[in-house]
Design a binder for this molecule. Structure first.
Ligand code: IPD
Length: 266
């Protein structure tokens, strides 16, 4: 089986399209099977579970032997070189309310490095893709980050975790950041936030406490569009913080977040 990024991307796109169709048609019939996970506001629906099962089954048929890490069912066992990282519905709260900002996010990692990624907005059909070294695209259009060089003029997207203590900390950071940037946006799906940043729809994005399925695909798409994607103080992008910003404002934004201790707290 191939570990070639283009081949993996073709599979990712096929699987994500079918998954997005399922999410959208289930939404048309109304939301069902709503339960909560880590907190009372962290919801999961029948569609999250059904879409993840569908993605795992489709990948299992096309790529037997690869492993999968999914938001709802966790990881499968094995020591394959290729691991698929899937968020069946990123933006579940938007899905719940019928806001057209929820997505299937699917990345293929080879030896732990994301090499192919697709994020498909299941409500609108908009689709972003990237391969490592091959650029980022929305449909056929090649993407480039915003040319913003001044943090004070930057439109910055962010998101919040579901834990109340963490949210309080995130709110404190925002209280300080809001006077230092053009404005803040909170759309409700990390993968789509990263795709927006990749096409210059916002200048930058940051969030603390993301899980791999939230940023594996969107992170590659943003990086391939020319954004710097990383953590604070030279750490890799991940759990404590992910910042995605054009090269000229990554440093200033990361420094401010570091000063506000955005990666600290709960
Ligand atoms: C959430 C969304 C949200 C972000 C949260 C994520 P989910 O994912 O991406 O925008 O702020 O950190 O957990 O739960 O909708 O898949």
């Amino acid at each position: 089986t191939t570990v070639d990024p283009a081949g993996l991307l073709a599979i990712a796109v096929t699987v994500a399209r079918e998954a997005a169709d399922t999410a959208r048609s289930m939404r048309a019939e109304g939301v069902s099977g709503v339960t909560t996970k880590s907190t009372d506001t962290d919801v999961v629906t029948a569609a999250d579970r059904a879409v993840e099962r569908q993605v795992v089954a489709a990948l299992g048929a096309l790529r037997p032997g690869d492993t999968v890490l999914g938001e709802e069912y966790g990881g499968t066992d094995g020591d394959a070189r290729v691991r698929w990282v899937v968020d069946p519905i990123d933006g579940t709260v938007n899905y719940l309310y019928g806001l057209p900002q929820y997505a299937v996010s699917l990345a293929a990692e080879v030896d732990g490095v994301a090499v192919a990624a697709v994020v498909r907005n299941a409500a609108t059909g908009d689709e972003w893709t990237a391969t490592l070294g091959g650029g980022a695209f929305r449909g056929k259009k090649r993407l480039a980050a915003s040319a913003q060089t001044d943090l004070a003029q930057a439109l910055v997207a962010t998101g919040f975790g579901y834990d109340a203590k963490r949210r309080a900390h995130q709110a404190e950071v925002l209280t300080r950041l809001i006077t230092r940037v053009r404005d803040i946006r909170r759309f409700g799906a990390a993968s789509l936030d990263l795709c927006l940043a990749a096409e210059g729809g916002v200048d930058a994005y940051f969030e603390k406490g993301l899980n791999p399925w939230d940023h594996a695909a969107g992170g590659l798409i943003a990086a391939e569009a020319g954004l710097v994607v990383g953590g604070l103080d030279g750490r890799p992008a991940g759990l404590d913080m992910l910042v995605a910003a054009p090269p000229a404002i990554f440093g200033p934004l990361a420094d401010l977040l570091s000063e506000f201790d955005a990666a600290g707290g709960p």
